[in-house]
Design a protein around this ligand. Structure first.
Ligand SMILES: [Zn+2]
Length: 201
């Protein structure tokens, strides 16, 4: 078990160390604490939680996604990942023609261990989503952004839980680069057996 303050102070603590202390007698719980830097939409956050929960249930874990500000400093967690949502996590203007490139999200490593911290660029993901929305989908732009965020975050959790920098092939949310179409598609995209084997609790 780890308290939030311990995890924050650690920074250096590798996920492998957290892993060794996990009690696996029941379905292990993974807590994801979100820090939101800028503006966000309630429907985006609701859809993020829903999509992430749907994808992660295949990993055999119970998922608890909350705002970091709602966690007590002394609270203990079986496993916890801290996620920083950077930029504006709502669809304000659909800037389809922006050409800014860069990763949608990233993790950090120390001595080969992937640390339980992820950073997500809401702005880049929003631009990618905007480029793919059309017709009536634009009326639910915030919801589609939440779906995309859930898929991107599932990808980062794969790196953290699987302790791997490798990727999978097309068809898995663990592929190297998710297209704008895959970020918002009504067709479910999750993990395959190879991904799940890497993330066995
Ligand atoms: Zn990746």
């Amino acid at each position: 078990m780890r308290s939030l303050s311990t995890v924050l102070a650690l920074g250096l603590c590798s996920y492998a160390a957290l892993w060794a202390e996990t009690n696996v007698s029941i379905a292990p719980q993974l807590t994801v604490l979100l820090s939101i830097e800028g503006k966000s939409s309630p429907s985006t956050l609701a859809e993020l939680k829903s999509e992430l929960g749907d994808i992660m249930k295949d990993t055999g874990r119970t998922l608890d996604v909350r705002l970091r500000q709602d966690a007590a400093p002394t609270e203990s967690f079986q496993d916890v990942v801290l996620v920083s949502l950077k930029g504006t996590c709502k669809m304000e203007k659909l800037q389809v023609f922006s050409d800014e490139r860069g990763p949608l999200a990233w993790t950090h490593s120390t001595d080969g261990a992937v640390l339980p911290f992820a950073e997500v660029s809401c702005d880049r993901i929003a631009r990618s989503v905007a480029s793919e929305l059309w017709g009536g989908q634009r009326n639910q732009a915030d919801k589609y952004l939440g779906r995309a965020l859930g898929r991107v975050l599932a990808h980062e959790l794969y790196h953290i839980l699987g302790q791997t920098h490798e990727h999978n092939l097309d068809g898995s949310v663990a592929k190297e680069a998710l297209s704008a179409k895959q970020l918002i598609s009504d067709k479910r995209i999750g993990f395959d057996v190879r991904d799940l084997n890497r993330m066995i609790p």
